[in-house]
Design a protein around this ligand. Structure first.
Ligand code: ASP
Length: 326
């Protein structure tokens, strides 16, 4: 087994095109991606790091893995992020419709909301759906009504729409190339997975989806098995990227199934990208999909169709790591 210095040396050689490839280097690095420290938290993108740190603090103060996911994701929903929460870029009609889901490993529980308007913390609504209803997903007006009944922080929808319309007018978002659904600057999601000290696994997702999406469009993020999947016996996986290229393949369900068959998290994420790229006629890079995963043993990993920065936190460690494109 190579040590980290040899691997990094190998990666430099790979960059120079002399020794093994980036893909091999990624695999070798992936072999080291394991910790015995708990809780272990992994999330999408550099903006996930602040959320991870809140999740860690939540557990260190006695919270559950579920509390950690909710509190961690709320930090990102509150952060002014342009692709998560009410600060996210608006849809084609000029207002935000948000998607979120949460899963808790024990008893395989899940809750979700989609196309919800004027709600500050969709992740908290998803948790309420999971804990206080016999349902898994609420959509649109019904989801907002339910959130208001449960006292989740809200804003006036008309005011939010007016504000976003001004934003649209100012940015001429409809006519700019930036507005194209699917272009990388226009979407992202906070997806967070938490492995607790007793092996309990929870996960959550929250997003404003693709900028300039058709009103009513729902992506992968609130769909169990697409944007997020947790299996308490095996591990968990989460997605970010163009939801249409994730949800047609039940991608996170498949990652967890690959881990069940014995793959480590990085390899399972890479295999799913290869599976999707093999079926989709477009170039792999144009798919714009990224995955994170962790397993019950504390191994963690990620893969993307482009270089993919993601955040990993456990006691004594909190960093943004980047995997090269698969
Ligand atoms: N998956 C999200 C969606 O399609 C966007 C993203 O994560 O980039 O709505």
């Amino acid at each position: 087994m190579l040590n980290r210095r040899q691997i990094i040396g190998g990666m430099a050689a790979a960059a120079a095109g002399t020794a093994f490839t980036w893909k091999q280097a990624n695999r070798l690095m992936a072999d080291e991606q394991k910790t015995d420290k708990r809780p272990l938290i992994i999330s999408t993108w550099p903006f996930g790091k602040a959320g991870n740190e809140k999740a860690l603090a939540t557990m260190q103060n006695g919270g559950s893995t579920l509390d950690a996911v909710e509190q961690g994701i709320k930090v990102v929903e509150d952060s002014g992020n342009t692709s998560v929460g009410l600060s996210g870029r608006p849809n084609a009609a000029g207002y935000s419709q948000l998607d979120s889901c949460i899963m808790h490993g024990p008893d395989h529980q899940a809750g979700a909301v989609c196309a919800i308007e004027g709600i500050v913390h969709p992740i908290s609504v998803a948790r309420k759906v999971m804990e206080e209803t016999p349902h898994v997903m609420l959509a649109g007006e019904g989801a907002r009504w339910f959130a208001l009944q449960h006292g989740i922080k809200s804003v006036d929808v008309q005011a939010d729409q007016a504000k976003k319309s001004e934003f649209l007018a100012a940015k001429k978002l409809n006519s700019s190339s930036e507005a194209k659904p699917g272009s990388a600057e226009n979407h992202d999601t906070i997806t967070m997975l938490v492995l607790g000290p007793d092996g309990t696994i929870s996960g959550g997702c929250s997003t404003s989806g693709l900028a300039n999406k058709i009103p009513g469009r729902v992506g992968d993020s609130p769909i169990i098995g697409s944007g997020l999947y947790v299996d308490n016996e095996v591990g968990a996986a989460g997605a970010t990227g163009v939801g249409e290229n994730v949800m047609r393949y039940c991608a996170t369900f498949l990652i967890v199934e690959f881990m069940r068959q014995g793959m480590d998290p990085t390899m399972a994420c890479q295999k799913v990208i290869e599976r999707i790229a093999g079926m989709d006629p477009r170039n792999k890079k144009d798919l714009a999909i990224n995955f994170i995963a962790l397993d019950k043993q504390g191994r963690f990993g990620a893969a993307g169709t482009d270089d993919f920065p993601h955040s990993v936190t456990y006691p004594g460690f909190s960093e943004v790591l980047t995997v090269k494109a698969t």
